[in-house]
Write a protein that binds this ligand. Structure first.
Ligand SMILES: NC(=O)c1ccc[n+]([C@@H]2O[C@H](COP(=O)([O-])OP(=O)(O)OC[C@H]3O[C@@H](n4cnc5c(N)ncnc54)[C@H](OP(=O)(O)O)[C@@H]3O)[C@@H](O)[C@H]2O)c1
Length: 272
């Protein structure tokens, strides 16, 4: 299995995203993923599915220590006491003793990056998470968090797909030795219809999703595609054993388009 290491954390390079997977669909997708060989599952308090994700994990009988489990603290729970309580409740819903990775889901609009990372340090130091990280952090916020933290920031989870060029943010993340986890790695499946991606897929005898995920991995990213369908879940993991040539990587890079960000909300920072 391909992995990415960062500050003592070893992340399987493909994880299952679970946003918008709810109820039995979420438990079934998580169980199908683990049975297919996934060892990395991404959830968040804000997804409202931690109970079902935990149920899916237990269904397979794979030992807890074989699975890299991530959750995220929402922006309204970033105060020090709120964050500790939120992390405790997350563990209760998932029915695990510890998260492998706990992220600040979106930067706070009221607290500084220094304040929030110090609160997250306390959560880790209490043993609720093995590793900590951030999500949707810009270069400036990541630098501020790193300047204030006692514990390494293992991950910056951000939107990344063929339409959204994140070279500057990826380089800044790499400079800190922090892993870049790509969310919306398939561009919510829109990228799969691009003729250039279909052409490469046809030539290599692979599915378009595998081409896009291979592009992510060759850029050094971890990717967390979401699917509710077992066949796609399996397909998204099966990206070992072939490589994209430099010309194909360049052709996919050329799909970058201004204004292609998918996840933009009231919580958004001033993007790079
Ligand atoms: N940190 C954050 O702020 C943040 C924000 C957004 C997302 N995320 C995380 O990132 C994960 C992934 O992002 P996302 O779900 O927004 O988008 P995505 O993974 O880029 O795309 C998901 C879409 O692609 C389809 N799909 C998946 N595999 C496919 C395949 N092999 N062939 C064809 N279609 C396929 C899925 O449909 P089916 O389900 O019907 O297969 C779904 O419609 C989320 O689930 C979440 O865990 C984090």
């Amino acid at each position: 299995m391909l992995t990415v290491t960062a500050h003592g954390a070893t992340l399987p390079a493909i994880g299952l995203g679970t946003w918008q997977l709810n109820g039995e669909t979420a438990s079934a997708a998580v169980a199908a993923a683990i049975e297919a060989g996934y060892r990395h599952i991404d959830t968040a308090i804000g997804y409202g599915n931690e109970t079902e994700v935990g149920e899916g994990l237990r269904r397979t009988g794979v030992a807890r220590d074989q699975i890299f489990l991530t959750s995220k603290i929402p922006p309204e729970q970033l105060g020090a006491d709120d964050m500790m309580r939120a992390a405790e409740a997350s563990l209760r819903r998932l029915r695990v003793d510890q998260l492998d990775l706990l992220l600040i889901h979106w930067p706070s609009r009221t607290l500084t990056a220094a304040e929030t990372i110090r609160s997250l340090n306390r959560v880790k130091q209490r043993g609720l998470a093995r590793h900590i990280g951030v999500s949707n952090y810009t270069v400036r916020l990541l630098d501020e968090a790193w300047a204030a933290t006692e514990e390494p920031i293992a991950v910056n989870q951000c939107e990344h797909h063929p339409y959204l060029d994140q070279s500057k943010l990826r380089a800044a993340t790499e400079r800190h030795g922090t892993a870049f986890v790509a969310y919306c790695p398939l561009g919510r499946a829109e990228a799969l219809d691009e003729p250039v991606i279909k052409d490469i897929a046809g030539r290599l005898g692979r599915a378009p999703a595998q081409i896009v995920l291979r592009w992510q991995i060759q850029k050094g990213c971890v990717a967390i595609p979401k699917s509710a369908h077992p066949a796609r879940i399996r397909q998204n993991l099966d990206i070992d054993g072939f490589e994209l040539a430099a010309a194909d990587m360049d052709a996919i890079d050329a799909l970058r388009t201004d204004g292609s960000r998918i996840c933009d909300s009231a919580f958004s920072p001033d993007w790079d």
